[in-house]
Design a protein around this ligand. Structure first.
Ligand SMILES: *[C@@H]1O[C@H](CO)[C@@H](O)[C@H](O)[C@H]1NC(C)=O
Ligand SMILES: *[C@@H]1O[C@H](CO)[C@@H](O)[C@H](O)[C@H]1NC(C)=O
Ligand SMILES: *[C@@H]1O[C@H](CO)[C@@H](O)[C@H](O)[C@H]1NC(C)=O
Ligand SMILES: *[C@@H]1O[C@H](CO)[C@@H](O)[C@H](O)[C@H]1NC(C)=O
Ligand SMILES: *[C@@H]1O[C@H](CO)[C@@H](O)[C@H](O)[C@H]1NC(C)=O
Ligand SMILES: *[C@@H]1O[C@H](CO)[C@@H](O)[C@H](O)[C@H]1NC(C)=O
Length: 791
C-alpha cells in the first residue's frame, strides 16, 4: 500500500478516535485520569509520591493488551482505572497547527497565532525572540488543551540542518549552520516547556534550574533524528533513503543540534526519522538512541515519525517481518509509534519471544513519566496550575505583536541600490503590486500553519500605506506556466509611480514529501519580473517568498531591479511587516540563515550527504562552512537602512593550552603529525577535556557604531578560521552571534564568550573533536584578528 494512503488512513482513524475523546472531554464533566470520586486512590494519582514511583505503579497495574494499547500516538483508554484515551500527536512548529489529530480548530477556539515560518524567525538571529515565540506558543497550547482542542505533547522543533537548498522542509528549520540550529532549538524548547513560575524566576534572577521533579508546561520534541533532510528527489524517497554519512560530518554537522536540544534544551521527546543512517533505519539505531540517553542525558520518550516503524520492514526491507521491525525498534529505544503498526504487531512479537516484558515496560515507563510530568494525572486540569488559560490567551494582542515582531526582525533586505528603499509614503502617488502570491493568504505561513487569527494579504497591507494601489497577478499561480496574464501586469506597472513584484515559492513548489529539482524561479516567473522591470518608471522592488533559496542572479545584476527583499513565509502579520519595511517604519536587520546557490548547484545529487567538498569527483561541498563555488547570496547576507561600523576592543592574541588544562586521557591521545619532525598540529579532545576546557574560555569584546541617521538592530556575526591541520577543516565557522539595537550615532558594546574546546574545534575523520594548534583567524565583518593557539 502506498505509504501516504496508509498515513491518511491512519490519520482518519485517529481523528475518529480523537473526536470521540473530545466530545467526551468537552461537556460539563471533562474526562481526565484520577477523577473523583472513584479513581483518586491509585498510587499513580498520589502527588506525594515521586513521578517514577507513580509511573512504575501505573505500569504494574496494566494488563498486556492495555500496555500494547499505549504504543500508538492514539493511546487507548483504560476504563477500569479511569484513564481516558490520549492523543500524543499535536503540532506547534511556529504556532499551534492541525497537521496532527491532536489539534482541531472546530470548537470554541477557531484560530491560533500563526508566527512566521521558522526559517524567517531564525533570520532574526535573536535568541530572546526565539524563546518568546516558544513561550507564547506554549500558552496557546495549554489554552487549547483546556478547551479540549489540543494535547500536551507537541512534535516541534524541526532541527535538522538545512543541508540542501532543494529540501522541501528546509523552511521548517533554523537554517544551515549547526550552531544557529542548536541555539534556536534550545531557546524554543526552553520557552515552550518551562513552567511559567520558572520562567519568571529566570527573568528575575537568571536561569534557575529547580528541576521540580521535571514538571513540564507542555512537551517539545526534537525531530527528526537523524540525518533526515530529503523528501522525494530523483529515485529517492524519505521512506527508503539511506543517508550515508561520514563520522566527521555526523559529529560536527548532523548531531550537534540534537545534542544541544537534549542536553541544554532538556527536550522531553526525541523523534527518530524514516531514513536509514549508514544502512540501519534511524528508528533501529540502538547505538544513537542509547547515546542520546546515556551521554546527552535524555529524559523523555522516543517516538517514531509517522509509520517509521513500519517503514523499517515495508520500505527499508531491513527486517524479515513486521514483528521483527517492532522488536528492533523497541529494543533500539523507541517507546511509541506514530501510527498503528505497534498496536497491530507487538502482541505477536511478544508471543514469538522477540520483545521482552521488560522492554515493553521500559517504553511504558518513559511514556507515563512524561504524562505525569505534564500533570496529566494530577486531577482536573481546569483546577490546575494552567487551568485558567482560555480563549482570551489565544490570538492575544501580545502574541500577535510578537508574530509581527518576528516577521519584522526576520525579513532580509538583499539589495538596495541607490537607497531606493525606504519609500517615502507621502511621496508615493501610486503603487502597482504584481505576482500571484501578493494577494493570496493561503501560503503565508509555510508548512505546519494552523488557522491564523487574521487573514490579510501583502496587497491588503500595502494598501494601508498607499490608497492608489493596483494589483495584477501576472501569473495565475506560482508555477506560472503561462504568460497570458503578463499584459495586464505590464499595464498597471507602466501606470504606477512605484512597482512591487512578488515572486518566489509557495508550498506547491516545496513542502513535506516534495523537494525542488531546480533553484530557479518557477515557470515563467523570471520573465514576468524582467518584463515588469523593463517597463516601470523607476527601478522595481522585488519581494521574494519561499523558504528555499532561489537563484535570482538576473535580478541581482539588473539595474532596473532596485531592491530585493526576502520575506520567506512571514506568517499572519507578514504583510504588515513588509509594508513597514518598504515605507521605513521598520529598519530591516534580518540575515540569511542559509547559502543561496546558483542554479548549477542543482547538478549535485541531493542524495549525497557529504558536507565536505571533494575535488577529485567534482563535488562542491555544502553550506558556507564547506562550499567554495559561486554564490548568489552568502549565508549571513542582510542590509540595513543605516550603516554600522565595528571595532574589536579586546581579544587575546595567544592562548596556551597547558598539559594541566587538558586531562590525562586526552593527553595520551596527542597526535603526532608530519612524519619525522613529529610536529604537534592538534590535540584530540574527549568528553572530560571538553568540560575542563571551561577555564580556557575567553572574551571577545566588540564595539558597534551606528554611523547613519536611522536607528536599527544589527546582527554581529563572529567567525573563526582554523589552520588546515587535517582534511575537512571548514572554510570558516560561526562561533558567535548577537543581535543588538543601536540608535543613530550611538555606540553599543557586546561580548562574545568563546569556548575554544567547542568553537575552535573540528571533527576528525573518525568523528573525534580536535583543537587545532597554530594561527586561528577571527572575522567580524571586514575585521580580522589573529589568535595563536600553542601547547
Ligand atoms: C500518598 O503517598 C504518601 C507517601 O507514600 C502516603 O503517606 C499517603 O498516605 C498516600 N496518600 C494516599 C491517599 O494514598
Ligand atoms: C470537528 O471536526 C471533525 C472533522 O474534522 C468533525 O468530525 C467533528 O464533528 C467536529 N467537531 C465539532 C465540535 O464540530
Ligand atoms: C533513477 O533510476 C534510474 C533507473 O535505475 C536511473 O537510470 C537514474 O539515473 C536514476 N536517477 C537518479 C537521479 O538517481
Ligand atoms: C492561493 O494559492 C493556493 C496555492 O498555490 C492556490 O491553491 C489557490 O488557488 C490560490 N488562491 C487564489 C485566490 O489565487
Ligand atoms: C573523494 O572522492 C574520491 C572518489 O570518490 C574518494 O576516493 C576519496 O576518498 C574522497 N576523498 C575524501 C577526502 O573523502
Ligand atoms: C529581540 O527580540 C525581542 C523580542 O521580540 C525584542 O524585544 C528585542 O528588541 C530584539 N532585539 C533586537 C536587538 O532587535
Amino acid at each position: 500500500m502506498n505509504l501516504l494512503l496508509l498515513l491518511h488512513w491512519t490519520l482518519l482513524i485517529s481523528s475518529l478516535f480523537f473526536t470521540s475523546a473530545i466530545a467526551k472531554n468537552f461537556d460539563s464533566h471533562p474526562n481526565f485520569p484520577c477523577k473523583p470520586p472513584h479513581f483518586t486512590s491509585y498510587p499513580f494519582c498520589n502527588t506525594s509520591l515521586s513521578i517514577t514511583q507513580r509511573a512504575q505503579s501505573l505500569v504494574s497495574l496494566l494488563t498486556l493488551s492495555e500496555k500494547i494499547g499505549q504504543l500508538s500516538n492514539t493511546a487507548g483508554s483504560v476504563p477500569r482505572l479511569g484513564i481516558p484515551p490520549y492523543e500524543w500527536w499535536s503540532e506547534s512548529l511556529h504556532g499551534i497547527a492541525d497537521n496532527g489529530p491532536g489539534v482541531s480548530f472546530n470548537g470554541s477556539v477557531s484560530a491560533a497565532t500563526a508566527f512566521p515560518q521558522v526559517i524567517v524567525s531564525a533570520a532574526s538571529f535573536n535568541r530572546t525572540l526565539w524563546y518568546e515565540i516558544g513561550s507564547a506558543v506554549s500558552v496557546e497550547a495549554r489554552a487549547m488543551y483546556n478547551a479540549g482542542q489540543a494535547g500536551l505533547t507537541f512534535w516541534a522543533p524541526n532541527i535538522n540542518v538545512f543541508r540542501d537548498p532543494r529540501w522541501g522542509r528546509g523552511q521548517e528549520t533554523p537554517g544551515e549552520d549547526p550552531t544557529v540550529v542548536s541555539e534556536y532549538g534550545v531557546e524554543f524548547v526552553k520557552g515552550f516547556q518551562e513552567r511559567r513560575k520558572k520562567k519568571v524566576l529566570r527573568r528575575r534572577f537568571g536561569y534557575v534550574d529547580d528541576d521540580d521533579d521535571g514538571k513540564l508546561m507542555v512537551s517539545a520534541c526534537c525531530k527528526h533524528f537523524t540525518a533526515y533532510d530529503l523528501e522525494k528527489w530523483g529515485n529517492f524517497t524519505r521512506y527508503d533513503f539511506n543517508a550515508v554519512v561520514t563520522e566527521q560530518d555526523m559529529e560536527d554537522t548532523y548531531q550537534p543540534p540534537f545534542q544541544s536540544c537534549i542536553r541544554d534544551g532538556k527536550a522531553s521527546c526525541l523523534m527518530c526519522s524514516y531514513n536509514a543512517v549508514n544502512g540501519v533505519p534511524a528508528c533501529a539505531r540502538e547505538d544513537l538512541l542509547t547515546k542520546a540517553r546515556v551521554e546527552w542525558g535524555f529524559k523523555g520518550y522516543i517516538t517514531s515519525d509517522c509509520d517509521a516503524v513500519g517503514t523499517i520492514f515495508d520500505y527499508q526491507g531491513y527486517t524479515n517481518s513486521p514483528e521483527e521491525a517492532v522488536a528492533i525498534a523497541i529494543k533500539a529505544g523507541v517507546d511509541i509509534n506514530c501510527g498503528t503498526y505497534m498496536l497491530r504487531n507487538t502482541k505477536s512479537a511478544i508471543e514469538k519471544g522477540m520483545v521482552s516484558k521488560e522492554q515493553l515496560d521500559r517504553a511504558l515507563l518513559n511514556l507515563f513519566v512524561v504524562q505525569l510530568r505534564l500533570g496529566l494525572f494530577d486531577g482536573n486540569p481546569r483546577e490546575g496550575r494552567y487551568g485558567k488559560l482560555g480563549s482570551s490567551d489565544i490570538c492575544s494582542s501580545g502574541h500577535r505583536k510578537l508574530a509581527l515582531e518576528a516577521a519584522r526582525q526576520g525579513i532580509v533586505l538583499l539589495k538596495n541600490d541607490h537607497k531606493l528603499l525606504p519609500l517615502n509614503k507621502n511621496r508615493v502617488s501610486s503603487l502597482a503590486i504584481v505576482g500571484p502570491m501578493a494577494n493570496n493568504i493561503s501560503n503565508m505561513g509555510g508548512t505546519y500553519t494552523g488557522k491564523p487569527c487574521q487573514r490579510k494579504t501583502l496587497f491588503t497591507e500595502l494598501l494601508q500605506y498607499v490608497k492608489k494601489t493596483s494589483y495584477a497577478s501576472g501569473c495565475s499561480d506560482v508555477s506560472c506556466d503561462s504568460s497570458s496574464g503578463f499584459g495586464e501586469a505590464v499595464a498597471i506597472a507602466k501606470g504606477a509611480d512605484f512597482v512591487i513584484v512578488v515572486a518566489g515559492l509557495d508550498l506547491t513548489q516545496e513542502t513535506e514529501d516534495k523537494d525542488r529539482v531546480s533553484l530557479s524561479l518557477p515557470g515563467k516567473q523570471k520573465d514576468l519580473v524582467s518584463s515588469i522591470a523593463a517597463v516601470s518608471k523607476k527601478p522595481v522592488i522585488l519581494v521574494l517568498t519561499g523558504g528555499g533559496p532561489v537563484d535570482v542572479s538576473f535580478a541581482k545584476t539588473n539595474p532596473k531591479i532596485g531592491s530585493i527583499i526576502w520575506i520567506g513565509y512571514p506568517g499572519e502579520t507578514g504583510g504588515q511587516a513588509l509594508a513597514e519595511i518598504i515605507f521605513g517604519d521598520f529598519n530591516p536587520g534580518g540575515r540569511l540563515p542559509m547559502t543561496w546557490y546558483p542554479e548549477s548547484f542543482a547538478k549535485v545529487p541531493m542524495s549525497d550527504m557529504h558536507m565536505r567538498a571533494n575535488s577529485s569527483r567534482g563535488y562542491p561541498g555544502r553550506t558556507y562552512r564547506f562550499y567554495t563555488g559561486p554564490q548568489v547570496y552568502e549565508f549571513g547576507t542582510g542590509l540595513s537602512y543605516t550603516k554600522f561600523d565595528y571595532k574589536i576592543i579586546s581579544a587575546p592574541s595567544k592562548l596556551i593550552l597547558s598539559e594541566k588544562l587538558l586531562p590525562q586521557p586526552s593527553h595520551k591521545k596527542l597526535l603526532l603529525q608530519n612524519g619525522e619532525e613529529e610536529e604537534l598540529r592538534y590535540l584530540q579532545l574527549d568528553d572530560s577535556s571538553v568540560n575542563s576546557c571551561v577555564s580556557l574560555r575567553f572574551n571577545v569584546r566588540v564595539r558597534v557604531t551606528n554611523t547613519g541617521d536611522i536607528h536599527g538592530s544589527h546582527v554581529l556575526m563572529l567567525y573563526s578560521k582554523m589552520p588546515p591541520v587535517l582534511s575537512g577543516v571548514p572554510e570558516k565557522q560561526l562561533i558567535g552571534f548577537d543581535r543588538v539595537h543601536v540608535g543613530s550615532n550611538e555606540i553599543v558594546e557586546t561580548v562574545f564568550v568563546i569556548d575554544p574546546c567547542k568553537d575552535l574545534t573540528v571533527a576528525n575523520d573518525v568523528g573525534k573533536r580536535v583543537i587545532a594548534l597554530g594561527n586561528h583567524v577571527l572575522f567580524l565583518g571586514d575585521l580580522q584578528h589573529s589568535l595563536s593557539l600553542e601547547f
